[in-house]
Every structure is written in C-alpha cells, then in structure tokens.
Design a protein. Structure first.
Length: 101
C-alpha cells in the first residue's frame, strides 16, 4: 500500500512539474508576446524612451533653429527694405527742398 502511495505521489509530482513547465513555456513564449507585444520592450524601456525623447527633442530643436533662421532672414530683408526706403525718402526730401525755397 505504501508502495502504491509512493508511486502515485511521484507520478503526481512529475505530472505537476511537466504541466508547470509546459504552461509557463507557452505563457512566456507564445501567449504573452502575442497579446502583449509591448511588454517585450519593457526591459529596454528607459533606454528606448530616452532615445525616443531625444529624437523628439532633436527634431524640435531643429524646427526651432529653422524658424529662428527664417525669422532672422525676414528681419534682414525688412531691414534692407527699410534702408532702401530711407534712401528713397532722403532722395525725395532732397528733391523737394529746392522747391520750398
């Protein structure tokens, strides 16, 4: 009788171990990646998030630099036009001064 109980216990432990190995293997390598694909990247999450944030930051800085360059170009053009208009106005004033006298 003891021999039968021992055999049953060993068989139960062996079956439980095999079931546990198969279950966790399927869970970890098949089911979990299929339903939760982003969890695979969670181990690299800080590095991946930092890389994504750095790329966004670089893109934002590049856009800001482009906008600043465009604004500076616009100001330069406006200053150039202002100088040209000042010259035109000075020329007009020179022409109208002799008429006033």
């Amino acid at each position: 009788m003891n021999n039968q109980i021992l055999k049953s216990s060993i068989k139960f432990i062996l079956q439980s171990t095999i079931f546990t190995i198969i279950f966790w293997s399927l869970w970890l390598f098949v089911i979990r990646p299929a339903f939760y694909p982003s969890n695979k990247d969670s181990a690299n999450s800080p590095d991946a998030e930092n890389n994504v944030l750095m790329e966004k930051y670089r893109a934002q800085v590049e856009r800001a630099d482009q906008q600043q360059k465009q604004a500076q170009d616009t100001l330069d053009k406006q200053n150039e036009l202002l100088v040209r208009w000042e010259k035109v106005i000075q020329h007009w004033e020179k022409q109208t001064q002799p008429m006033k006298k």
